[in-house]
Design a protein around this ligand. Structure first.
Ligand SMILES: Nc1nc2c(ncn2[C@@H]2O[C@H](COP(=O)(O)OP(=O)(O)O)[C@@H](O)[C@H]2O)c(=O)[nH]1
Ligand SMILES: [Mg+2]
Length: 253
């Protein structure tokens, strides 16, 4: 793995946030791929958020930190879920632009540059660059679940998004932190970012199979929680008025 351009002293422009729970064997290969995608292009840091893993994930991260000064490790004492992990990572991020990806290897870091560049080019208007998976590498059953969930979600929320559950995303840190928080939020970012009045840029990304380990979610997690979250996001959108354009008035006339 080559050394990064930035070191802990310089403030990175970009933070890569990776939520993980029990992904020990996937840590090192994924970090090598992130470095290969970003080295020489951006001053960046990588923040792994270990959500109460019970395997060797924390030890693997600690060992790598010795060699990679741009790698940071944030730990939840107990597992609080993927959304909470992403949020903790974004809160710790020093970059104004944050990009996220899953820690199991299903998201190829080679797509990070396109997502980051889309946010840089988009300026204030664009709130989110969202990966859209093509050629899903999940089981047939999970692909069907995902297709139904995406169709129902898009039908109800009208967020114009084909695939809102892809872990590959980039956004401005301040935009993400202004969103209403709930467990499950990471699957609804397009709708929530549109709700704030921002545009979304889509980037097609090739999906991959998990490098190793097992999925953290079962069928019922996705179904019941998905229905509840959909109702919640629908309500949030219904209860939104215009986004205020705020400025402080300092002149006396
Ligand atoms: N922090 C945290 N990460 C999680 C949790 N569940 C899943 N993840 C991570 O989120 C990513 C996607 O989860 P995964 O289990 O692969 O879900 P799937 O691809 O939808 O089957 C992986 O990097 C997981 O390690 C969790 O409860 N907490
Ligand atoms: Mg996965």
């Amino acid at each position: 793995m080559s050394e990064p351009v930035t070191h802990s002293g310089a403030t990175p422009g970009v933070s890569i946030v990776v939520p993980v729970r029990n992904e020990a064997d996937n840590v090192e290969p994924l970090i090598a791929e992130i470095a290969a995608a970003l080295d020489g292009r951006w001053a960046y840091e990588i923040i792994y958020v270990d959500d109460g893993s019970s395997d060797a994930t924390p030890q693997r991260l600690a060992a790598l930190r010795g060699r990679l000064p741009h790698l940071r490790q944030v730990r939840h004492e107990q597992s609080c879920g993927q959304s909470a992990a992403v949020r903790s990572g974004v809160r710790h991020a020093r970059g104004a632009i944050v990009a996220t990806l899953d820690g199991d290897g299903q998201n190829n870091p080679a797509f990070l540059p396109d997502l980051i560049a889309a946010i840089e080019k988009g300026g204030a208007r664009v709130g989110l660059a969202a990966g859209q998976r093509v050629g899903r590498k999940d089981t047939g059953f999970k692909k069907i679940q995902s297709r139904i969930a995406n169709t129902v979600r898009n039908g109800i929320l009208r967020d114009g998004t084909r695939d809102s559950g892809c872990g590959l995303k980039a956004f401005r840190r301040e935009v993400f932190l202004a969103l209403p928080y709930f467990d499950g939020l990471h699957r609804f970012l397009p709708a929530l970012v549109r709700r704030e009045g921002f545009d979304i840029v889509y980037v097609d990304v090739a999906d991959r199979p998990r490098l190793s380990g097992v999925s953290n979610y079962g069928f019922f997690d996705r179904l019941w929680i998905g229905i509840m979250d959909l109702a919640g996001v629908w309500w949030l959108i219904r209860r939104k008025k215009a986004t205020p354009v705020v400025s402080e008035v300092t002149s006396r006339d």
